[in-house]
Write a protein that binds this ligand. Sequence first.
Ligand SMILES: [Zn+2]
Length: 312
Amino acid sequence: MKALEQAVGVDIGGTNIKLALVDSNGSILNKAVMETGNAWERSSFYLKLYNKIAEILKPESSWQHIIGVGIGVPGLVDSARGHVFYAPNLRWDGIDLKRELADHIPTSIRIGNDANVATLGEAWMGAGVGEENIVMITLGTGVGSGVLINGQLYTGQGVGTEIGHMVIDSKGPKCVCGSRGCFETLVSAKAIATRATEIIGEQISKKELKKVFASAKKGDANATRVVNETATYLGIGIANIINIFNPSKLIIGGGISMAGNVLIEPAVEVAKEYSLKAALERVTVVRAQLGNDAGVIGAGGLFLRGESNDKN
Ligand SMILES: [Zn+2]
């Protein structure tokens, strides 16, 4: 029997980097986490990455057993060229990542935007299995997104879809992108923490949002206001996504999705008011299933997930 193909998936975050050895069934064979550290000191960063990948290979350092290393990068990425336009958390600005890594990593490399890669992971092994047209949004510190059309990741002319920067309120808060009232400025963890701080009248950090959602579940009035205001913006965003992409599944991932039905149910109610009935009838809004593993599985999937193999 032919052994399953294997690849390494790397999910780069602002604080941590997750790595996994993945096989063509989408199973994780080995995994590790390392600190992101000073990613802008690129030579030493690439060396650290090389060493960590070598560690999780089985047998260790046997690069010839994998078909490639797929990497999810938190920023604007041209996956076809392997170019990173901008990754503010890593202080990367205009880097030919694939070419630079080729000097350090002795196998094929593919890169993608982190949320795109997580979407591939969910499509392959999680909440989107068997679906051809899905949209995923990740509600975390920022808001990421991925769009799968006819089973393929849609990345437009290379910059890709950035649903987090869809404008919801033209008079809304200023966004890091320079625009105003972007989806991200209204439903990211940071935005919800700011809203909670204003409504509850005491400093609420992103980490304390769990408590706010729990209080809302118990019926606390202020916490319920925080959730309902968030659900309104989230619902408008969901309606826009439904109207534009007509997906069969809209997957919500990221830390904030852990709030679950207390946030998602009212958001879907709002979405019903703003979306086209025919499109609404054909979509289900669900939570992501793979949690923190979506990124590494999807990054490995850049090589292993059948139909994406002919790309890049
Ligand atoms: Zn923006």
